[in-house]
Ligand binder design. Structure first.
Ligand SMILES: Cc1cc2nc3c(=O)[nH]c(=O)nc-3n(C[C@H](O)[C@H](O)[C@H](O)COP(=O)(O)OP(=O)(O)OC[C@H]3O[C@@H](n4cnc5c(N)ncnc54)[C@H](O)[C@@H]3O)c2cc1C
Length: 484
């Protein structure tokens, strides 16, 4: 291939981390902290992934006890009363959140602006940590500098060079053209397992049986919401999902050209007064049946165009006319990147399954814990919910018993030697991905992958052959939570 011949040599590193989302950021910090010469390569111009470029600054998953939001409302549980019995993520998550908290970050387990407007807690679903996106981006840069992690922004990792089934380096593409980075180990934190896939190791998309992937979202922020009025509506017993308003809008505003309000709105207060993030409800419902694929560039472009147009339509046809306090709201921003929930997962040396989670399997090689309920939207969910099925974990969880253990083997692509993954592309089958993919858990996975790399390179062994006990003890000593 032409690029293999022409690629300029960018440098030689102990480890390359592809992708700087919550998993990659944490993996990079952990590797650099341990003294490795580490290079994190990121497509966009910031660290944080979905939390920053995806405009979604809400870390979830640091505590056990989460239950579906609607169920929480039905049970009449207040945010403050949620049964969070233990913290299940520590380590680098704690370092990151305590740093951001000093500059206005709120949480975990507290909603932004709830000191001034207590009713806004009603919009919280479990253990949110919320922050200003610009503050987060700068702090992530500062942490990278402090830990000695090299960053290369505006660069895609496009392929790997394989020698004897090992990664010898990666090809990258940016304004310099195509370059080659030599490395001894590769941590794939692209969310989509791009490099595992390109290296020829086994991956699959979405649900193993059906291939179904949870719908892609498109996050929007709206501003100039009157918090006093909105709080009054909630205090008077108003539904924070706005089911009635959405139904009325659907009746009165659907235009026959595909523009229909969603069945509900999922919104969260951000740290600045009057600014809310809109999650579900913008185009989640709208794209559900289109089966768009987050690894397909054409689909992502289409989704972005639809999302941007729809954001404006919803401000004018749902928020301003129907939502209390939103009469004078404005669209503030749309995400720089669509919110992709689920694409490729690796086939790992081990897999985490729904059954493991429901039955509470404790793996000998546990390297992280997860406390979130199953939350991947699937066709037919309502029937399943009626039968009890997947909500079993949620119910156990509500009682404080449900914590999932994540095995180290789920991070290692089967038959590979020097590539590992962290984040939403680990080997978690079916709904098992739900508890794993939230951002706090992704940070725990990233930290484990970073520390594993230090041991792997020191001992010159394949990832699967490292001393797992040492990995676990090191993680414990760094404040990570791995014991149930
Ligand atoms: C709509 C939506 C709502 C969600 N709500 C929440 C929530 O409220 N709280 C929560 O905790 N979680 C939430 N999640 C889940 C969570 O955001 C993701 O699962 C999590 O961010 C995954 O982390 P990651 O590091 O694996 O990947 P990502 O956050 O997706 O980051 C991947 C990074 O890799 C970069 N990248 C990708 N490919 C390449 C490449 N080839 N070369 C270089 N860089 C590359 C990307 O630019 C990106 O920065 C939500 C997800 C979505 C989509």
């Amino acid at each position: 291939m032409k690029y293999e011949i022409d690629a300029k040599h960018y440098g030689t590193y102990d480890v390359v981390i592809a992708g700087g989302g919550p998993a990659g950021l944490s993996a990079g910090l952990a590797a650099a902290r341990g003294g490795l010469k580490a290079l994190l390569i990121e497509n966009s111009g910031a660290l944080g992934g979905t939390s920053t470029i995806g405009a979604l600054p809400f870390f979830l998953g640091a505590y056990d006890g989460s239950i579906p939001y609607r169920r929480m409302l039905e049970l009449g549980l207040n945010y403050e009363d949620l049964p969070r019995k233990r913290k299940v993520v520590g380590g680098i998550y704690d370092i990151i959140t305590s740093r951001i908290r000093k500059e206005g970050g709120v949480g975990p387990c507290k909603m932004a602006l709830s000191d001034k407007y207590p009713a806004l807690s009603r919009f919280g679903c479990h253990d949110e940590f919320t922050f200003n996106i610009e503050t987060g981006k700068r702090i992530f840069d500062e942490l990278a500098d402090e830990f000695g992690l090299s960053l290369l922004y505006y660069t895609s990792v496009i392929d790997t060079k394989m020698e004897n089934n090992e990664i010898a380096g990666v090809y990258i593409s940016n304004k310099d053209g195509i370059s080659y980075v030599q490395c001894r180990a590769l941590i794939d934190c692209t969310g989509d397992a791009d490099l595992v896939y390109r290296s020829g190791f086994e991956t699959y998309k979405g649900d193993k049986e059906t291939g179904e992937m949870t719908a892609i979202g498109f996050i929007t922020h709206i501003e100039n919401i009157d918090c006093t009025k909105l709080s009054k509506y909630i205090e008077d017993g108003g539904d924070p999902w706005f089911l009635e308003q959405c139904a009325l809008a659907a009746k009165e505003r659907s235009d026959g050209n595909g523009n229909t309000p969603p069945t509900n709105i999922v919104m969260f207060p951000l740290t600045e007064e009057g600014v809310f993030m809109i999650n579900g409800g913008t185009n989640h419902d709208f794209v559900k049946d289109k089966n768009l694929d987050g690894t397909n560039a054409k689909d992502l472009a289409e989704l972005t165009k639809i999302g941007r147009k729809r954001a404006k339509w919803l401000v004018e046809n749902l928020f301003r006319p129907y939502i209390p306090g939103a009469e004078n709201c404005r669209l503030r921003l749309t995400a720089a990147y669509p919110g992709v929930r689920e694409t490729r997962r690796i086939v790992g040396e081990k897999s985490l399954t729904e059954k493991d989670i429901i039955s509470g399997t404790r793996f000998e090689d546990t390297i992280a814990l997860a406390g979130r309920h199953f939350d991947l939207g699937r066709k037919g969910d309502e029937e399943k919910e009626k039968e009890g099925g997947l909500q079993e974990f949620a119910s156990t969880n509500a009682l404080g018993g449900g914590v999932a253990s994540i095995p180290y083997g789920a991070l290692i692509p089967r038959k590979s030697k020097n590539i590992i993954v962290a984040g939403r592309c680990i080997s978690a089958e079916g709904q098992a991905l739900g508890p794993v993919r939230v951002m706090s858990t992704c940070m725990a996975l990233g930290e484990a992958a970073g520390v594993a790399t230090i041991i792997k390179l020191r001992d010159n062994v394949d990832y699967k052959d490292i001393n797992v006990k040492e990995l676990q003890n090191t993680l414990r000593s760094l404040g990570a939570k791995i014991d149930v």
